[in-house]
Structure formats: C-alpha cells, structure tokens
Design a protein around this ligand. Structure first.
Ligand code: ASP
Ligand code: MG
Length: 453
C-alpha cells in the first residue's frame, strides 16, 4: 500500500491512512509513504538556495518545514506523550540545518548532496507515520529505505538493484508473516556504501512496485487523492467516467498526457510479474478506483480514454534533398538529441518531416542548427489529442469514426499504428475542449459497464 504526498499531507490525512491500513491488517500489508505534500519541492528549493550561498533563505524554508512536521506529529500523538518523537524529529532537522549551512558555506550543491537533502522528506513522513500507526493499534515497524532499496550511484535517478533488494526483502518477510506492518519512505534508497540516493521524481510508486514485486504481493495499491483514472479530463468533460480496468500498455500511453495519477513505467516491476496495480483514493476509500493489469479482458468499448496535451509546437522541416536520400532523419534527430529535446509525434512525407515537441526553449537553437539541412517552420499553441484503446487494433474504420466526429476541426498531423493502441492527432490548442467533448460524447455515451463506471 503506497500513500502519496497528499494522502499524508497533515494529521487528518495520516489518521485516514491509518484507518485504511487497519482495515487491511489481515492481508499483511507493507506500507510505503511519500513525503508530505510539497515537501520534496521545498527540500529542493532549500538545497538550491543553499547552493547559491543564500543561507538564511535556505534555513527559513527549513524552519517552516520543521514547524509543519512538529505540528503534524503533535496533532497525531498529543503533546507531551511522545517527547521521543519530538526529539528524534528535532535531531533530524538539526542535522538538516547543519547540512544546509555546509552547502551554503561551500556555495555548491552536488547531485549527491541534493539527494541527501531530499531524502529527509520521506524519512520524516515515515518517522511520523510509524508511531501514529502504533498509537492506532497497527503493529508498525519502521524500515529504513536506505537499507532496503539499494541503488547504483546515479544521483537523482539512481537505478534500483533488484537482486540485492529482493535479498533484503527476504529478510523482512518473516516480520510480515508474524503480523508486523513495515512502513518505509518511498523514493529514496542508498548505494551499497550507504550513500543516500533518490530514484526519480514521483519515485514512491516505483518503490512500492519494487517491494510488491520482490514480495510477490497479491496486489499493489497506489493511494492518491482522486478516484482512479478517468475517460478524459473532467475539467473539460463533466461526464468523464471512471475507468475500472485498464491494461498496462493503455495506461502507459496515457501517462505522457499528464494523467497525473501515476506513471505506469514506475509500476512496471509489478506488472511484469502480473501483479495488479490499483489506483485508489484515500479521501474516498470505498471507491473501487482503477485496476491496471498486464492484460485486460476484452471489452465492448472501442476506446478507454481520450487525453490531450497543450503547449505543443509543430516543427516542419522541408528539404528537397531528402528525396531519395538516406540518413536524413538520423541527422535531424541527432540535432534534437543534442539539444535534449524530446520529440513526440512524427510524420514524414517524401520531402518533409513534421514533428512535435513540448518544450519551447530550445526551439530557436534547434531551428538554427537545422537551417543548413532544410527549410524550417514552427508553429506553437498546438495540442496533441490521443485516443487510447486496445480494441482499435482489430477494428476497421476507427479513423473514419474519429475524424467524422470532429470533421470541421482542422487536424494538422495524424499518427496511428506505432503502438497499435492509440490514435493520435494534433490540433490547435483552442479547439481542444470542443474536440474532446465531441469525441467523448461520440465514444463514451454508451459504454461497457464492466470497464467503466
Ligand atoms: N516525494 C517524491 C516526489 O515528490 C516522491 C513521490 O512523492 O513519489 O517526487
Ligand atoms: Mg507522487
């Protein structure tokens, strides 16, 4: 059971989490918690401030963080009673202050030190949750992620060493069998030498998947603050439905579109072992959420979801010399790679390439580098719309149905087939709400009740 930042954001939230865990005790849960909401951002901000030599600013942010954790602990456990926790938290914050002073004195923030600062977030939240659970009759045992999630040394996106982790999980298994409930901070780990590392933003899901896969869990529950995944953005379409079950591949296609619920890549270790991943709402625990499976049963609906991503730029590259040449695409993409610019949708004709990027800063520079090769034009304020569903693989006339529903909207690029489970096209940002509403009405008015709520 993994609880994200908003699920542990304050005493009320942690109290709710305790009730949720308590209801599952007979199933032997292992609990992973994120840092309290926004804490990772604040730790990064204070580390950056210290790195610029702005000592007081760094210590200021740290002070407010200290207050927040003290308050939360106090509200959960009552003051006086748990002076132990208070002094433990105090010691952590003292060493964090110390660390920030050190960084500020040197005026340089290394990736290694940044990870060390950031690791406080999950350590603190798990330190508070453990006695709070104990006080609520959950036999919790705090697990130090640095002793379990062993990684390589690539700070800020360290790679977990699965065999080593599984060995260590084997040592925890007897504890779980005896009825103890391990609680561990997500997102952080350590090298074999014990140097703290982090495994990428949003990494607590990844931690949960590593643990769940290593323990061969029956399921992994990702507890967040929404009722699972929806058929489309409910801010655009008030009648968006909850997706009850979705395949890993489909969920992965949607991830790019800011379906912020979770990044499926992070739960891959679980999915590879056929362990279902459930996305659930800690504010509404009775809701069934969304179940992500490696394979889903056949559904009667063509699509699972419609996603849109704004702030896209189309880059058109026209080169007559591309005609019958080889190696041209390689040259073009090499330029994007050099500028660390990710390309999303691509379509090519004999003498031109259109592609989309979602970051704008590098575009002028990229255009300049492309200049000797080709004529370049770019147009911003575009959006990618992506319709996802495994059934489109075997259905004829899908494109006709989709583009008929939006026949008066100008479509600038189309791509289908790469993954066989999505139909993607690019339109003006301004057309997105209308297009999404029409497509949703067309494809989700009547749906398979097994798949949608
Ligand atoms: N606290 C980390 C972050 O904000 C990890 C997580 O929440 O999953 O990125
Ligand atoms: Mg998260």
């Amino acid at each position: 059971m993994k609880f994200g930042g908003t699920s542990v954001e304050d005493a009320t939230a942690i109290d709710r989490v305790a009730s949720i865990v308590k209801a599952r005790l007979s199933e032997h849960p292992f609990v992973v918690v994120s840092a309290m909401a926004k804490v990772t951002d604040q730790l990064l901000a204070m580390a950056a401030a210290a790195g610029r030599g702005e000592r007081e600013q760094a210590l200021d942010i740290c002070r407010s963080l200290r207050e927040r954790h003290y308050t939360t602990a106090g509200e959960l456990l009552g003051t006086g009673l748990h002076t132990d926790l208070h002094s433990e938290l105090g010691a952590e914050f003292d060493s964090l202050d110390e660390l920030l002073r050190g960084i500020a004195a040197v005026g340089e923030l290394t990736p290694r030190t940044s990870d060390y600062v950031v690791s406080f977030g999950e350590r603190l939240s798990s330190m508070i949750a453990t006695p709070a659970f104990l006080a609520r009759d959950i036999p919790a045992t705090l697990i130090d992620a640095r002793q379990l999630i062993i990684t390589d040394t690539q700070h800020s996106r360290a790679v977990p060493q699965v065999d080593e982790i599984n060995d260590r999980l084997d040592r925890i298994r007897p504890l779980i069998e005896k009825g103890r409930v391990p609680i561990m901070g997500g997102f952080i780990g350590a090298t074999r030498e014990g140097v703290p590392t982090t495994i990428g933003r949003g990494g607590s899901d990844f931690s949960a998947a590593l643990v769940g896969a290593g323990l061969n869990a029956e399921r992994i529950e990702i507890w967040t603050d929404v009722d699972g995944m929806k058929t489309t953005d409910p801010r655009i379409c008030a009648d968006a439905r909850r997706i009850k079950v979705i395949s890993f591949e489909e969920a992965a296609e949607l991830a790019y579109f800011g379906a912020k619920v979770l990044h499926p890549a992070t739960v891959l270790p679980a999915v590879e072992k056929n362990i279902p991943v459930l996305v659930l709402n800690s504010r509404n625990p009775d809701n069934q959420g969304t179940r992500i499976l490696s394979r889903t049963p056949r559904s009667r609906s063509l699509f699972k979801a419609i996603a849109a991503k704004n702030r896209i730029t189309i880059i058109e590259i026209v080169a007559a010399r591309m005609l019958m040449a080889h190696g041209f695409l390689a040259k073009v993409f090499e330029i994007f790679a050099r500028h660390r610019c990710a390309v999303d949708v691509v379509s090519t004709s004999e003498v031109s390439i259109s592609l989309t990027v979602d970051s704008n800063e590098a575009i002028p520079q990229i255009a300049a580098d492309l200049e000797p090769l080709a004529f370049v034009k770019y147009s911003g304020r575009k959006a990618i719309v992506c319709m996802v569903g495994e059934n489109i693989r075997e259905t004829a006339g899908v494109a006709a149905q989709v583009f008929d529903a939006i026949r008066d909207i100008n479509v600038r690029m189309i791509s289908q087939g790469a993954s066989e489970i999505n139909l993607t096209f690019v339109i003006d940002e301004a057309d997105v709400p209308e297009a999404v509403r029409r497509l949703h009405a067309r494809f989700f008015a009547e749906v398979d009740p097994e798949v949608f709520d």
